[in-house]
Design a protein around this ligand. Structure first.
Ligand SMILES: CC(C)(COP(=O)(O)OP(=O)(O)OC[C@H]1O[C@@H](n2cnc3c(N)ncnc32)[C@H](O)[C@@H]1OP(=O)(O)O)[C@@H](O)C(=O)NCCC(=O)NCCS
Length: 137
């Protein structure tokens, strides 16, 4: 199947929401129409974004916050379940890394730890302190 990769940041909100629903990051009964209308705000305000398309269908996405040299952090890497295990996730992350090769790369993940280790990420013993997000905890 031909997959096209795009760099636009203003991904369509409804399709992005459907993608988040499909991977379990959104819940229908907790999502208001206003939240859906603003679903791409984190993508628009990111340093760069890659998305994967099967024709007109959004099948994968990833966004990065980066200083484009030293430090970069990956957020919201998701591939629709029926398009997983086809190399799309790996291609999305590789495209990010190619944008600033040599940068430190960070990602917070639990379920996808094995995926990132296959790409070359290693667990880090540094201590990260956080303040939780008001919307997502
Ligand atoms: C994690 C995710 C993005 C991977 O996307 P994908 O398109 O299925 O991954 P790929 O097909 O590119 O897989 C690349 C390699 O990683 C392996 N892999 C994929 N998911 C894995 C996992 N959860 N654990 C271990 N290995 C995994 C694949 O088998 C493949 O191995 P290979 O190169 O030896 O064939 C996708 O499973 C997903 O959207 N998951 C739900 C959301 C999520 O957890 N996102 C990450 C949060 S940052």
């Amino acid at each position: 199947m031909h997959i096209e990769y795009k760099t636009q940041k203003d991904l369509p909100c409804k399709e992005l929401y459907q993608l988040f629903l499909a991977v379990g990051w959104a819940e229908e009964d907790k999502t208001t129409p206003e939240m859906i209308d603003n679903f791409n705000i984190g993508f628009i305000n990111s340093t760069f974004v890659f998305s994967a398309w099967a024709g007109e269908r959004l099948v994968g996405c990833v966004r990065v916050l980066s200083d484009l040299h030293f430090r970069s952090i990956i957020y919201d890497l998701a591939v629709l379940p029926e398009f997983q295990s086809m190399g799309i996730g790996k291609e999305l992350v590789q495209k990010c890394i190619n944008m600033c090769n040599g940068s430190e790369w960070l990602v917070q993940t639990d379920m996808a730890k094995g995926f990132y280790e296959k790409i070359g990420f290693r667990e880090n013993e540094d201590y990260f302190l956080t303040m939780p997000c008001k919307w997502f905890g």
